[in-house]
Design a protein around this ligand. Sequence first.
Ligand code: PCA
Length: 214
Amino acid sequence: MQVLVTGFEPFGGDTINPSALLATRLGGGRIVGAMVAHEILPCAFAPLQARLRGVIAAHRPDLVIAFGLATGRAAISLERVAINVIDARIPDNNGDAPVDRPVIAEGPAAYFSTLPIKAAMADLHDAGIPVEISQTAGTYVCNAAFYSLMHLAATEFPNLRAGFVHLPCLPDMPAAYAGQPALSASTMHRAARTIIKTCLACNTDRRIAAGAVA
Ligand code: PCA
């Protein structure tokens, strides 16, 4: 089994991105016999699809878990759905800020994560780690990466299981000093290892209520 984890470069004025630190820490390790590789993705819309295709072709993973930062969230956010829209409130690291454009022209409106997110939620909960199912990954670079990843899995890499996980801030980030919720790097690492173990052990997701009432 080959696992690929990805993180993002810092963006929006930050000097660190917890997802890049986490992916780097996981990369090169083994989890229950599976090899874990890592890649850091640019926080930019234009190169995403080609970059993801390249890293999947290079590593040939059975499982891809993409991580990103969601400032303001207090828990590990297991994303349920990627949508085919970009609406960038701030420019990406190339200065691009597309508004109301599809991630992939002619692509379907949305893709669901193919990770067992409810089983992972239960396992994280049992491990005492704050966790939630998220019904939206936003409309910025993380959602675009999630959508592109799922589109590649649907069209070019049919045996690939993939999904996206948003992380809170780290305690030493300026946003955390300003009052945003944070989680330690070691808790994020424990969470990621738990999610990977759940994905390796579980092919069919559990059915546990974790929806949102609007
Ligand atoms: N978070 C941003 C992009 C990169 C990242 O780590 C997002 O949620 O879209």
